[in-house]
Design a protein around this ligand. Structure first.
Ligand SMILES: N[C@@H](CCC(=O)N[C@@H](CS)C(=O)NCC(=O)O)C(=O)O
Length: 215
């Protein structure tokens, strides 16, 4: 059977999937998709993921997962004997709630406006307004995310796949100067101390030593 393959772009939300694959110690290949060049809209990629989004994960049996939360839960459940997916159904619900809030609200409603204002149908003069609105939504959604976590340490006590999902929006907040509430800044710094996070950031072209400094 072939190795798993992660379709990704450095610095995008696929960073979370990249970290999870490292954390679960999977042997996997990477296919970099150049979004600005439109590779994600080419027929070859649409045959893999008809929505044209990344990440996608091709599993060893050839089937493909095309949504970050689905990828995270699948890897958490199926790798390393489910070590990074909580056994307790109440914690599973919290993990899903955090992950959906991150991808759907912090990213989908907030940072999407910051990074791709043109997708909001505005003319070029309105782009600054869309970006400002995105920053406001992301900041507020990050405050809401902070309230979903345990008081300290990892999101749900021990490390789970929900932590790299939180991490990618904390990383984006750091890169764009969107304020992180204290609980998320602590979580972000905690995550920056993990070997897999360090390795993935280096692979994706970032200097982890420069991150996590914002107060
Ligand atoms: N809900 C999807 C969204 C993923 C997503 O928006 N990915 C961005 C990169 S961070 C993307 O593929 N953008 C290109 C596009 O939508 O055309 C998921 O969680 O996997």
């Amino acid at each position: 059977m072939a190795n798993m393959c992660l379709y990704m772009a450095p610095g995008s939300c696929s960073t979370a999937a990249n970290i999870i694959l490292e954390e679960v110690e999977e042997v996997f290949e990477v296919a970099v998709i150049d979004i600005p060049a439109g590779q994600n809209r080419r027929p070859e990629y649409l045959a893999i993921n008809p929505r044209g989004t990344i990440p996608s994960l091709r599993l060893r049996d050839g089937s493909v997962l095309t949504d970050l939360v689905t990828i995270a839960e699948w890897l958490g459940r199926n790798c390393r004997r489910g070590r990074y997916w909580p056994a307790d159904p109440a914690l599973q619900e919290r993990a899903r709630a955090i992950m959906h809030h991150v991808t759907g609200v912090v990213h989908g409603q907030g940072f999407a406006r910051v990074f791709v204002p043109e997708a909001y149908g505005c003319d070029p003069q309105e782009a600054a307004q869309v970006i400002a609105e995105g920053r406001r939504i992301a900041a507020q959604a990050l405050v809401e995310a902070a309230a979903m976590l345990d008081a300290e340490g990892y999101a749900l006590g021990t490390f789970t796949v929900a932590d790299p999902i939180l991490f990618y929006v904390e990383f984006w907040a750091d890169m764009t100067d969107v304020p992180l509430p204290p609980r998320l800044l602590d979580h972000y710094r905690f995550m920056l101390g993990r070997d897999a996070v360090y390795r993935v950031l280096r692979e994706e072209g970032y200097d982890p030593g420069r991150l996590g400094k914002a107060a």
